[in-house]
Design a protein around this ligand. Structure first.
Ligand SMILES: [Zn+2]
Length: 277
């Protein structure tokens, strides 16, 4: 299953990038190459040195493959690129180049300080939060609407300056919410209502210098409709727009299956790019 997961995650980003480059939608794909060095430095702050070394070298194998992938020499470059994309997007927003920017990589919200989990190697959202703090953001919101919970990210950020609000359809990587945090469980029947409740909770939590939005499309794998996911993207985009919040999105989960072809999946992720373009 790991290789299948990697295949979906890698291939859907490539196909979506092609759609964007072909001018089918108006967003720009930014090359994160210039942020690689900075991303490596931030990964070294978010994750333990023993774990980072394991991912770089493949040894020890149990750590290098703790996310669920078979290690190969290309893995370190790929997982650093995921974080670099988010660091590039955060930088564009906080230096004022764009109010909204996105990365075609995932938020990778299950990764922990000293090991990977749930096919997440380095926690891109936690790396993005570290980049934002360094650029002067005082209050951050992680808005995680991936189907799965983001317990990894919550374990890697400081609740004193990072609030985390989620709507999940699966209890995987569940965490316990306190303060301004919220972890709302949803099903296809109440999904949009729970997203609306999440945005209300975010309003009650105050103002944010930046919103890190993990825009998973895997609620579709739990039978949330494409119509509801399209509505969700417009709700989040309008909400951030009305409040003037800077926002960085990551594509996050979404998997092909019996009821979801690669074309369907790319169309779902394109909803996010279109809503924020
Ligand atoms: Zn997920």
């Amino acid at each position: 299953m790991a290789s299948e997961y990697a295949f979906d995650t890698t291939r859907k980003s490539g196909e979506l990038a092609a759609v964007i480059k072909n001018g089918v939608c108006s967003a720009k794909v930014v090359d994160p190459g210039a942020f690689t060095k900075h991303a490596v430095e931030l990964i070294g702050r978010v994750h333990s040195s023993e774990y980072v070394r394991a991912v770089q070298t493949g040894n020890p194998g149990h750590l290098a493959e703790s996310q669920g992938f078979t290690w190969d020499p290309k893995l370190p470059t790929m997982v650093v690129a995921h974080s670099a994309g988010l660091v590039a997007a955060v930088t564009r927003v906080l230096v004022g180049t764009d109010r909204v920017a996105g990365s075609l990589s995932s938020g990778l919200h299950h990764a922990r300080r000293d090991h990977g989990a749930g096919f997440c190697t380095f926690n891109g959202l936690a790396v993005a939060a570290a980049a934002a703090r360094e650029l002067g953001a005082e209050r951050l919101l992680v808005l995680d609407l991936d189907a799965h919970c983001g317990g990894g990210t919550r374990s890697l950020t400081d609740p004193a300056n990072v609030a985390q609000i989620e709507v999940s359809t699966s209890s995987y990587d569940h965490w316990s919410a306190s303060g301004h945090d919220a972890l709302l469980m949803a099903n296809p029947g109440n999904y949009v209502a729970q997203v609306s409740e999440a945005l209300d909770r975010a309003d009650r939590a105050g103002r944010f210098d930046i919103v890190l939005y993990n825009a998973g499309m895997d609620p579709a794998n739990s039978e949330v409709s494409g119509t509801d996911l399209a509505l969700r993207e417009r709700m989040v985009a309008d909400w951030a727009d009305r409040r003037g919040f800077g926002l960085v999105f990551a594509l996050a989960g979404g998997y092909t299956g019996a009821a979801l072809s690669m074309g369907d999946l790319v169309a779902l992720h394109k909803l996010t790019v279109d809503a924020f373009a």
